[in-house]
Design a protein around this ligand. Sequence first.
Ligand code: UTP
Length: 484
Amino acid sequence: MMETLEKQLRERAAAHGQEHIFRFWEMLSETARQQFLNQIADVDFSLMDRLVNTWVYSEPPEEHFKEIVPVPVIPPVQTGSADAADALHAGEKALRDGRVAAFVVAGGQGTRLGFEGPKGSYPIGPVSGHSLFQYQAEKIRKLQERYGAVMPWYIMVSDSNHDATQSFFLHHGCWGLNREDIFFLRQQMVPCVDRQGKLILEAPGRLATSPNGHGGSIQALVECGALEDAQRRGVDLLCYYQVDNWAAKIADPYFIGYHVLRNASMSSKCHRRNDLREAVGVHCLCDGTYRVIEYSELDLYPQLLQEDDAGEPVFYAGNPAIHILSVPFIQALYQHFESFPWHKAFKKIPFVDAEGRLCRPETPNGYKFETFIFDALRFTKHSPVALEIGRAGEYTPIKQFDGVNSVVTARAAMSEYWAPWFEAAGYAVPRDGNGQCAVPLEVSPAFALCRDEFVEKIRGATLRLDNGIAIHADGSWTPGTPGN
Ligand code: UTP
């Protein structure tokens, strides 16, 4: 049985110029051989040929557009405006009707953060030590209570963190959410290749692979049965966010409302770019087609670097990676997934030398391939739905410990976001000479999702904020540690 599979896979690998992957076969144990064959059986060699031909042996042709214009943006929600009231009404109805699910992509490798364990298990709460996943779970619990409807939670993971993520959830009792309403879907892995387009071995019996990017969620949703699960539940709107965005609102009724009222298939939030070179994608219309141009490609399209008279980017709509996807749109994308664009990244990929010893290169030596969810926007047919948001309380991505988009900046931003809540409740927030919040503040989303709710519920408590504070789900609190 194993011999037949081995023969078939050797032939298949050879037909695609990849027979070298068997070069350590003789030294593998029976179990290692079986595992290796299972891994090879999952490789889509035709796709690898296509990726290598397009990205390694050549470069894809540059795209040229006759006209690139900024995407029309819905201005930030002005509570009280008629437009916003309609959106709120429609969004809340969809939530009450149980049409909405949360969808987080958490399959990345989190290399820059360098944290042992899934990124979502990072103890982001500076006082409580609560994880990103706990914050998200508490938001979902609260939204379920508020709208009296189950909001299933779809969580995309990859081979690199599937088991650890599931165990983390179970260990924490899913933070009070119903286990049946949580669905883990595993995205596909793609082999990495060297500069010659050859698959890389990271061990004598294992190919080096990486997750196929957040765009792989389209495939994973369908192939892992999540989309079917959603349909069975009457859910047709998936609120997409990334696991490392601590502030994500998860299911914002206004955003859902705009999506529903405009009958959209995929909607986006966008934020003002801090400057022309900020490392975020830019929302625009290229010959009428909705695109997000990656920041690494900005120089290909100089118009994206224009400033207005006030020195602000003309193309101001940056991409915080927050979307809503309608279920029929996901199905349609899946049916034509072969036309979904791929991207390559030149990276340091550990490999085995001629003796089978692991080597860690100091400079990039090979390519990883991935797909991006924002590329789905180019397949939308309706007029764009791009809702501008402020970053505070919506977008604090965590890519590394310190520096731009880091644990440190996210904690500062969240303390800054919550500070007015405490002030509105009558507390003096310690501030530094620049007026910045000087202590870490945290509010469990299960306690309050907005300032008014916080003020109402915290009445009567006697809090001490001098070293920071974490307010827990039940209203109890923990003081921060001096010096932190
Ligand atoms: P990033 O591109 O920031 O990658 O992913 P990352 O894995 O978090 O960090 P680095 O680049 O290795 O340092 C943005 C979001 O997309 C998810 C990540 O988990 C994160 O939530 N993602 C990324 C996936 O779910 N799958 C992927 O294949 C790639």
